[in-house]
Design a protein around this ligand. Sequence first.
Ligand SMILES: [Zn+2]
Length: 293
Amino acid sequence: MSKSWGVDIGGTTTVVGLLEDSLFTTRAVLPTNPNEPPEMLLQRIMDVIRANGSRPDSIGIGAAGFVDRHAGVLRRSPNLPLMNGFPLREILGRMAECIVIMENDCNAFAIGALHTGEIPQHGIHLVVTLGTGIGGSIISDGNIIYGEGAAGEFGHMTVKADGIECPCGNRGCWECYASARSLQRYFGSSGNGKIMEPKLLAESAREGDRKAIAAFRQFGEWVGIGLSNLAWCFNPSSILLGGGLSGTFDLFSRTAEVEYSDRCHSPWRVRVLPLCSEAGAHGAAVAGAGAQG
Ligand SMILES: [Zn+2]
């Protein structure tokens, strides 16, 4: 029986789990320290793997940012600057003496959802994760479409020609208008001058706070604009939302749908994927197992 490990390196926690006989189980949730040298995080991951006995057959890593799958390097990470350019696949492969593959976090999440059946095996389905930024995955008949390696970066398509500067180097990127930061911008500061976390903003909106409700509506308009562009390009069977902000779909879906329907002819086939903290690690493990064959 093959032992495929999956690791999801997030901004605050790193989930480590094992896929055995098609069954995935989380084995550890480690704190991610952005100031820690990458080697130390890898050492802690290896401690978990070694504590579980025999040598792994593969390790799949999911991480947020621009993942160079061919080189096995995280080129740019919003959460872990010390990881930028670090030869993660090579170093971990040497430590674990097995195949190591890398995926970006959204693709890992999508592969996990494919494996659990949340994403159908037929048709074109798009995954859009709404959070600090916007991640994207294109799935065609059960396969992730990579292009030359980085297809699906929906967050960086231009939605406003003279728009806000994005850290990616472009201006007017979708994620400058439909991410957590933009939602906070639409709301402005609270009475005491503080920037409110999206979770608190959602609570306020659900309690009837008009300013918070208006911020989610504005956010929804921009979500709808981006999704209509995707619908024109892919005419997908469904668009599946993930990421922290997908939990606030009830607060922005109406305005998103109106904006979307005004701009494209595809029916509104948008739904929220169940948020599962282990989906990324699960998907990374499945990708690693696939690389063995
Ligand atoms: Zn950008």
